[in-house]
Design a protein around this ligand. Structure first.
Ligand SMILES: *[C@@H]1O[C@H](CO)[C@@H](O)[C@H](O)[C@H]1NC(C)=O
Ligand SMILES: *[C@@H]1O[C@H](CO)[C@@H](O)[C@H](O)[C@H]1NC(C)=O
Ligand SMILES: *[C@@H]1O[C@H](CO)[C@@H](O)[C@H](O)[C@H]1NC(C)=O
Ligand SMILES: *[C@@H]1O[C@H](CO)[C@@H](O)[C@H](O)[C@H]1NC(C)=O
Ligand SMILES: *[C@@H]1O[C@H](CO)[C@@H](O)[C@H](O)[C@H]1NC(C)=O
Length: 470
């Protein structure tokens, strides 16, 4: 028995066949693997056996295939003869899945991976800018302690197998990412609402790759709009301009810089002042003798303090103030105030000014206090003289608010507005004239003038007397 080859070196992945030839008349021809097991033909290890020879083919050889193979022949008498063959396996230099570029974060301990295999084990050398680098780890990777931007570049991983004089290399680009660093020129801003004012926040960033800057408010990213103008300039400057500032724009804003190495945020603050503005002040109507309550409400930032001025005498009232007679008093702070007048008198009628004042400005508004009261008769003359056939005007003068309706009565009977045969009524504002032309004694006597408004009703008696003849 003989085998075509008796010592073979095979690289992983190669294929080869071996032929076993027998002289004589074998009845059986078999192969045994290095583990001593009889080889059965399979997909990777195939057998083709003829009368006096057998071919063993190993496809796509593996490291485990190494060892001593035997070819055994048996003759009719059961006697065996064999030949052996030694298969040695080796692994060629192979770079497995070596990525380039490889990225690291500034300041970390970087391990540049060079996954190379060979048998026998390869010797690996690293070069950076043509100089040998000493940071090789037992696993052939290159370690860079506290990697910095200056360590960026192309690194060469070179592997050798001394026994075979085999050598190969791969170039790996090392990229160092630097997390963003953020600074602001000014952290806090003031503005006044409703004056078409704008403010511009500026954030300055550095980092590698260049960070992307976004602006946020109340957890929402701000988009370019009429209200917000976003800008990015060179030298890492990013700005957010808030236009036409209103009160609602006040508060915290966040500038966020992001790149693949990390993110950083800074808060900026916008204080929005609002001019005082009186939102509630109305004309008030009070009934004489009752109490008048006059509220004045103002908005603003900061909230304004409210004071009052009585136009009739120019007297001012602030929170806690009382008039000399104690009837006028003012209570309330921080944008709300109540002017109370107790026992309202007709002389209280008139204008009152409410003034809201804060550090940044003031606003003034006026109101009128109107006073309603029962009719008041203005005339003293209650006796009128005449004689038969002589017309006379009985005059009833009334002051009232609101205006009163006036009626004339004679002995419980109302004299209609159209008058009667010998009476006529002339009514103007606050005055009613009853023109009587006496025709008989019966027309002399008492007449009643009644004045009525929604506050009350009053009457006054008049006497028409017969003038004595001289
Ligand atoms: C904003 O206004 C406050 C209060 O008036 C003041 O103390 C502060 O200095 C102002 N800040 C700026 C940036 O103008
Ligand atoms: C308040 O009263 C004044 C004077 O009577 C009047 O000119 C003004 O129009 C009134 N205002 C309102 C809101 O009724
Ligand atoms: C009414 O009479 C009183 C006292 O006699 C007098 O003082 C007053 O002026 C009179 N009023 C009118 C409107 O005539
Ligand atoms: C009474 O007053 C009315 C209206 O003013 C007038 O037209 C009339 O002439 C007066 N009569 C007398 C007698 O004065
Ligand atoms: C005038 O009116 C009052 C109240 O209604 C009544 O008491 C009085 O008798 C009346 N006088 C005349 C002359 O009608």
């Amino acid at each position: 028995v003989s085998i075509s080859l008796n010592k073979v070196e095979l690289s992983v992945g190669e294929s080869k066949f071996f032929k076993c030839t027998v002289i004589g008349e074998p009845v059986n021809l078999e192969w045994f693997n290095p583990q001593g097991e009889r080889i059965v033909s399979s997909q990777r290890v195939a057998l083709h056996t003829g009368e006096d020879s057998s071919r063993l083919t190993i496809y796509n050889a593996e490291v485990e295939d190494a060892g001593i193979y035997r070819c055994q022949a048996t003759d009719a008498q059961g006697q065996t003869q064999e030949a052996t063959m030694v298969l040695e396996m080796y692994q060629k230099l192979t770079f497995r899945n070596v990525r380039s570029p490889q990225e690291f974060r500034h300041d970390e301990a970087a391990e540049v991976v060079c996954d190379v295999i060979a048998s026998p084990a390869p010797a690996v050398t690293w070069f950076y800018q043509k100089v040998e680098d000493r940071g090789v780890l037992p696993n052939n990777n290159l370690q860079i302690h506290k990697v910095t931007k200056a360590d960026e570049g192309v690194y060469r991983c070179e592997a050798r197998v001394e026994a075979r004089g085999e050598i190969d290399f791969v170039d790996i680009e090392v990229v160092v990412n630097v997390p963003p660093v953020l600074s602001v020129l000014q952290q806090s801003f003031n503005a006044t609402a409703d004056y078409q004012e704008s403010v511009t926040f500026t954030c300055i960033t550095s980092g590698s790759p260049n960070p992307e800057v976004t602006w946020h408010r109340k957890g929402q990213q701000l988009e370019r709009s009429d209200q917000y103008v976003l800008n990015t300039m060179e030298a890492g400057r990013s700005t957010l301009t808030i236009r036409n500032i209103i009160q609602g724009d006040g508060g915290d804003y966040t500038c966020r810089a992001t790149n693949k190495a990390g993110a950083e945020e800074r808060e900026l603050f916008l204080k929005v002042f609002v001019q005082p503005h009186i939102t509630q002040l109305r004309n008030v109507t009070a009934v004489e003798g009752s109490a008048a309550m006059i509220p004045c409400v103002a908005e603003g930032e900061p909230l304004p303090e409210i004071s009052w001025r009585r136009a009739s005498d120019g007297q001012s009232f602030a929170d806690g103030d009382k008039s000399q007679d104690g009837r006028v008093d003012v209570r309330g702070r921080h944008g709300k105030s109540m002017l109370t007048i107790s026992g309202v008198k007709l002389t209280d009628l008139g204008r009152f000014d409410c003034e809201a004042l804060s550090r940044i400005g003031g606003h003034q508004k006026s109101m009128f206090l109107d006073i309603e009261y029962m009719p008041k008769f203005q005339t003293n003359q209650t006796i009128f003289y005449s004689w038969e056939g002589n017309p006379v005007n009985i005059s009833c003068d009334v002051k009232s608010n609101p205006p009163a309706t006036m009626l004339w009565r004679r002995e419980r009977l109302t004299i209609s507005a159209e008058g009667t045969a010998n009476t006529r009524i002339h009514t103007t504002d606050g005055k009613s004239l009853l023109e009587v032309t006496p025709v008989s004694d019966r027309d002399f006597g008492r007449y009643n003038c009644t004045a009525r408004n929604n506050i009350g009703v009053k009457y006054q008696e008049f006497i028409l007397a017969q003038a004595g003849k001289c």
